[in-house]
Structures are given as C-alpha cells and as structure tokens.
Write a protein that binds this ligand. Sequence first.
Ligand code: MN
Ligand code: MN
Length: 465
Amino acid sequence: MEEKSKGQNLSEQLTYKKTNVYEKADEARIEQIYRYAEGYKSFLDAAKTEREAVYRAIVMAEAAGYTAYEMGEELHPGDLRYYNNRNKNLFIFRMGEEDLEKEGIRILAAHIDSPRLDLKQNPLYEDSGMGFLKTHYYGGIKKYQWTAIPLALHGVVAKADGTTVDVVVGEDESDPVFYVNDLLPHLAQDQMARTMATAIPGESLNILVGGLPFADEKVEKKIKLNILNILNEKYGITEEDFISAEISAVPAFRARDIGFDRAMIGAYGHDDRVCSYPAITAILETPSRHTVMAILADKEEIGSMGVTGMQNCLLKDMIDLVATARGANPAIVRARSICLSADVNAAYDPNFSEAYERRNSAMISCGTTMSKFTGSRGKSGTSDASAEFVGRVRCMFAENGVIWQTSELGKVDVGGGGTVAQYLANMNIDTVDLGVPVISMHAPYEVVSKADLYTTHEAFCAFIK
Ligand code: MN
Ligand code: MN
C-alpha cells in the first residue's frame, strides 16, 4: 500500500467527516441492523397511537421483569418499575446502586404521539348519500397529504355508565378503511391555483364512513342512523358517547421496507416512535450501575401541555419520588441527572436542497444525529445544550464506538421546531437532543434508515450504561 502523505495524515486527524454507517458495516453488522428493524416494524404496527404505544411498552417491560409502580412505594437498588400515567405517558425506570446525589438519573425522553386527524366531539353527519365524521387535526400536518389515502380509526370511548371501550377499525385485512375525499383534477383549476396551505381547508378533512341507508321510510337521516346502529351493536355506544371519546384517524398503512436493498423503512409515526422504541430496548437491555429512566411522553406535537405532556409537574414529581425513596435530596439529584431528548430530526433531502444547509444537516444513514439546539428564528425556544455537556456525551459515544453526527433543522431563516428538551433542561437537568433523521417528517408515511435507527439504540445504550 502506498504510504499516506503528510497532508493526508493531517487531514485525517484534523477534519470532521460524517461516516455512512452502511459503508463501514460488514455483512454481519448489516444483518444485525436489519434484524433490529424487524422488531421496530412490529412495534410500529401495534402502536399507532400514544395509548397503544404505552400498552406495547408495558408488555415489553413486563416481559423483562418490570412491574407497575404506585406513587409513594418503597424503592430499592435493582428494582425494575414502570409508572403508567393515564395510559398515555409512561415512565420506565430501574433503580441503580450508584449514589443518586453523586450520579443523578440517566434519562431518555421520547414522545409517542404523532400527527393525525382527531374526531370532533359531535362528529357524525350525512350529506348527499355519504356519512362523514368531522375532524380537528392534531399536530403539524400538510393537510393535502391526508386526502385520498386509506385511514384507520383508533381510540377509546368513555361511556356514560363509566366503562370504556377500545376502538380499532382498519388495521385487519378484513376490516373496512376510511377516507378523506379530494377533488378530481378535471374540476380542480381553482383548487390547484391556491397555495398548498389553503388548498385543503381544515373543515374539509371529513372522514367518509358510510353510505348504506337504514331501511325505514319514516327516518330522515338514514345513513347516519345506520352507522349509529352499527356502532351501537358493535360497541354499545350512542352518538352522545362521542363527546367523551378520543378517536383518531391514522394512516392504515403498515410499516414496510423501502428500496430494492431494504436499507430504509416507510411507516406512519416514525416521529417519534423511531426514538421511543430504541429508548425502550436500551433501558430493558443495558446493565448499568446508574438509576436509569425512559420517559414516553404524550402531547409533544401540540406543545407538551396537559396531564400527559412533558410540561406537566409529573416529571419533577417522579424524580422527587425516586430521590426521596432513596433518602436523596431531589434538587441535588436533578442537578446531577443527565438526559437525551430522544427525538427525530430532518434528514437532508436532495429533492428539496433549498431548505437545508448541507454542512449542518443530518445525512441519512450517517448515524443517530445530535442537535445542540433546536428552535427557530434565532434559536428562539431552545434550551441549547452547553459545550461541556455536548463534550461529555461525545466522550460516551467515542468510548463505545457509536457512529453519530451533528445537525440542525434546515436553513436558519427557513423555519424550525422544538422538542421536549427544554422542559427537562428547565428542571436543571443537562439535556441534549439526539435521534433519527427522517425523510418526509409528519407525512402520513415517513422514511428512516435502518442504520440510523440502530445507531440510536447503540447511542442510548452508551448513554445509560
Ligand atoms: Mn418529534
Ligand atoms: Mn413531530
């Protein structure tokens, strides 16, 4: 082999380069990466809503020996526990042997809610031979993307008698699916001239749910009545029960490999199940002397408010409970705790290069991506991790051979976004964002690289061990 020149050596030592994970991987490693993706795809198909994600995560945790925690219970080193907050937000934690006041808690915080169409509380009507459900969309969507695709309905109905009933229609091959109508191109001259933001108004995102009239001449709204009758027979519910229901329309697609080489995965809701799943597997699989915690949060897509969002005081309460159960001062424990805010970032897309600043964009298959800050318009609304903390995390990854990259979300003036990082940082916990780069984020079908999924799992393992 030809000897490297002085400049080549220097260049290797001094310049920062991103590494394509697949390029560096041998066959065995690619197989490992692809095998991990199979478990993730099953999780995706079983967990399209935050409630289903909590349920699936509990199944996984219980299989690993974790048990339900009630506030105020005693906690001992080695305890494996989870706290289920209202079936929509989950804390999985393992008590470590290390002194909590010295080492704090190692936290992975991801979210399990995704953009979708929620039913309104008085949703059902019929018009011109069709039955519809009115929706109010949840999270940041491009509304036009949600028309003319198969949709499934997922959720719960809390009935007047105090019982609740689960609803899932559209996932089984034998199920019907649902649909939002769009206008045919032949008549869409005006619609096509409107901007993408206004071409599909929010009030036209009505879900097509029926067309068969109830056979009774004396009834006026026959299609509506027939639908109500079907729902009553199947679930024992009436129209009024929609008022105390949470039912969402989500894409009826299943997770599939993308590409001839299967390097990527297409699915609904990668944001942020693609970080939630590695957070769960990392905490369940990684031995550690530290106290470790994985948080699966709800409501991130609409601001993290409410009783199941990360702005809720439960975050502080959980740390208080863990600390005091071990005789530690919660303020000191928080100050010593560290957190990865596990959320997705935008993958650089050459089809839309004008939106990205390439040097500082996440490149697909170049590993899990760290964002020192998020926010928009001059870093507004970000916790901006300190150089020292980023340095500390870098060391953890280097020691464990994790392939990762740095990124921010697009060009400075183009837009931006936030994550839950700030809510943990506001608790005096050093926090930085880390997660999987996503193509077509918030679309009904998003794309990620299996390599980035797997390196995110490896990064989480390195962080908590
Ligand atoms: Mn997210
Ligand atoms: Mn999002």
